[in-house]
Design a protein around this ligand. Structure first.
Ligand SMILES: Nc1ncnc2c1ncn2[C@@H]1O[C@H](COP(=O)(O)OP(=O)(O)OP(=O)(O)O)[C@@H](O)[C@H]1O
Ligand SMILES: [Mg+2]
Length: 355
């Protein structure tokens, strides 16, 4: 049974608790659990105790309610009902529940995708409109420069105008890259190679300073089906962000390892575990303030004066196109870890091949 069930007698002792319930609550079954008061069996999970305690007191019992178990970082959906005897007297209560964590993650990324889609359309329009006037500014500033060869002040102002226009143009180009649909050139890709390449690229994009970089790839890491170039871009952006967060000092550790992940059958997956490659990019920089964590993947969200805020939005888009996942965890003051999980072989790979 994929649902968790716990049933209690009227006196508050546990009548039944199935394996799924133990799993969802993160508890291990002890021999004497049945017959013990539920408050003892569940003492590590006070929110559940609160729900069950209401079973004989509330006039309307919760139906399809949601409960967040903070310490487990888990969300459950549950229904509570009383168990009645033939005379309609309540002799116990039962709670049925389901782990909604995966469902919630899916919904969250769905919402994000929708938000990105509409922002993307707008951005494409703006970027397109900006390209021509920017090119005009560059050309005309260049012409003017030749007309005032002797004025030092004018030359330096014009040099500034040109470099600002170039910067604006670079942002427009990045923006168009972001809104363009991803077309993957799927090939057998060596993740170790991608990571090395990414570190070099990030060094040329931004300054590494004294940051110590360690790349630790599991010896027998399988090749994955992916787009070498675009995956390099993913890790270049993550590494560049880490360098920027570290401001020239600190440590960056990149690890890659294989992991078997069981797909949730509720989403059309099978129970057969699929091999994934998990890459962690972890720095010991300042970390992310809690209120910022939700926004970092939004296009144009940046805390940097020269940032476009498209780096992570592009990262997410490329990871999505690979049927992968990206998660971030961060402790302010301690550092930030981005985790990219990529399937070793993408079942959709051949359809996405852009030619
Ligand atoms: N490793 C990190 N440590 C701390 N903050 C980070 C880290 N990576 C990203 N961020 C935060 O997320 C924000 C968004 O990152 P993103 O890469 O999307 O844009 P950006 O780096 O600001 O600009 P761009 O990459 O377009 O030049 C950053 O401005 C920064 O505040
Ligand atoms: Mg960035």
């Amino acid at each position: 049974m994929r649902n968790g069930v716990i049933a209690i007698h009227r006196d508050g002792t546990v009548a039944l608790m199935n394996d799924e319930a133990y799993r969802i609550f993160g508890l291990t079954r002890a021999p004497g659990d049945l017959g013990r008061p539920f408050a003892e069996v569940l003492r590590e999970r006070p929110p559940i105790i609160r729900v069950l305690s209401g079973a004989f007191e509330l006039s309307h019992l919760p139906n399809r309610a949601e409960l967040r178990l903070r310490d487990l970082d888990r969300v459950i959906g549950y229904t509570l009902s009383q168990v009645l005897d033939d005379d309609g007297r309540s002799i116990g209560a039962a709670m049925f529940f389901k782990d909604l964590t995966l469902v919630e993650q899916r919904e969250e990324s769905e919402r994000l995708r929708n938000r990105l889609a509409s922002l993307g359309e707008m951005a494409a329009g703006i970027a397109h409109e900006l390209k021509n006037p920017l090119a005009g500014i560059e050309v005309m500033a260049g012409l003017l420069r030749r007309q005032v060869p002797d004025s030092k002040d004018a030359q330096s102002l014009l040099a500034d105008i040109l470099s600002e226009a170039k910067l604006a143009n670079a942002i427009v180009v990045e923006m168009l890259e972001f809104v363009r649909p991803v077309r993957l050139q799927v090939e057998r890709t060596d993740v170790a190679d991608v990571l090395q390449h990414a570190v070099t690229m990030a060094e040329s994009k931004t300054s590494r300073g004294e940051v110590a970089v360690k790349v630790d790839v599991e010896p027998a890491l399988p090749m994955i089906e992916g787009d070498h170039h675009q995956l390099s871009q993913v890790f270049t952006n993550l590494v560049a962000n880490a360098f920027e967060a570290l401001e020239g000092k600190g440590r960056l550790v990149i690890t890659a390892a294989t992991k078997l992940v069981e797909a949730d059958p509720a989403f059309g997956g099978s129970h057969v575990p699929t091999p994934m490659v998990v890459v962690d990019v972890a720095d010991n920089g300042p970390g992310l303030p809690v209120e910022v964590t939700d926004k970092i993947f939004d296009p144009f969200f940046t805390t940097k004066p020269q940032g476009s805020g498209l780096g992570l939005a592009i990262v997410r888009k490329i990871v999505d196109a690979h049927d992968g996942r990206i998660d971030v965890s961060s402790t302010p003051g301690m550092g930030t870890r981005f985790r990219v999980t990529l399937p070793v072989s993408s079942p959709l790979g051949w359809f996405k091949q852009g030619r």
